[in-house]
Design a protein around this ligand. Structure first.
Ligand SMILES: [Mn+2]
Length: 266
């Protein structure tokens, strides 16, 4: 998996994340179908920056989890259109694997990935790795991302894995109630460090479900962090086209950003 992607400024890119598709929610599925058929088909690249699914227990279990419908929707989209699909793991669907990606003709990209839009580097991440104040999440995350843990879990039966996912989701809901809002947001220092490490003045991520455009200063230069919206009420979409970044925020206002103002510091 390469963490650098180069594209020209002539090309168009879409960014989405946090759809949390599940068998029980048909509305987000229709929202995705509509977005694919009316918006995404006009793009050169569509980046899905994590948590496409509410949970994913292995590429062999999508039918049992009632997720085959979405898989087929994405597979059809890929075969009917020239848009390239790129998928990043979220903290819910980090078990998405190469089989799934082959079936929907997508490329799995690492978290983080640097998208070079001409000479503008854009840092793409799911966002949960930046929530460093949530020590519990960071510990679980580190454990679950090891090859050993994943191998062990994937060797269990689908029924056993479903039970594990069920418990994990219950625990996550309980933790969310107990933890303060601040703890579950990104840590500012972690954001700045990550952007500095990758020499990016522009970042796009999801995960926190707090859509916003944050202006900051890094290396004494203007920097910007765009947080993608979830899809619970409506599609959260960011588009990069003709040297213009457009955020369709949850209150339906469009924010336009000139990415050239956020070139690399050096
Ligand atoms: Mn997430």
């Amino acid at each position: 998996m390469h963490n650098k992607i180069h594209i020209s400024q002539m090309q168009s890119v879409g960014f989405i994340s946090d759809l949390h598709l599940s068998s029980s929610d048909k509305e987000i599925g229709s929202r995705l179908k509509h977005a694919l058929e009316h918006w995404a088909l006009k793009l050169d690249y569509l980046f899905i920056l994590g948590d496409l699914f509410e949970y994913w227990i292995g590429d062999d279990a999508s039918e049992q989890c009632g997720l085959l419908q979405y898989e087929q929707l994405l597979a059809r989209f890929s075969s009917d259109n020239k848009t390239e699909l790129l998928i990043m793991h979220g903290n819910r669907d980090f078990l998405l694997g190469t089989d799934f990606c082959r079936r929907i003709r997508a490329s799995l990209i690492p978290d983080p990935t640097i998208l070079h839009y001409g000479d503008i580097p854009i840092l793409l991440a799911h966002g949960d790795a930046l929530c460093t104040d949530d020590h519990e999440h960071m510990l679980t995350r580190a454990q679950m991302r090891t090859k050993e843990w994943q191998k062990q879990v994937l060797s269990k039966s689908i029924e056993q894995r479903l039970a594990i996912a069920h418990t994990a989701r219950q625990q996550s809901e309980e933790n969310k109630r107990k933890k303060s809002m601040d703890i579950m947001d990104v840590n500012q220092n972690a954001v700045v460090k990550s952007m500095q490490n990758h020499s990016c003045q522009l970042m796009i991520h999801g995960h926190t479900h707090r859509p916003a455009v944050h202006y900051l200063e890094i290396e004494k230069k203007a920097a910007i962090r765009i947080v993608l919206s979830d899809w619970f009420d409506e599609p959260g979409i960011v588009e990069l086209r003709n040297n213009q970044l457009t955020v369709l925020s949850s209150d339906k206002k469009r924010t336009s950003i000139n990415p050239n103002e956020f070139k690399a510091p050096r």
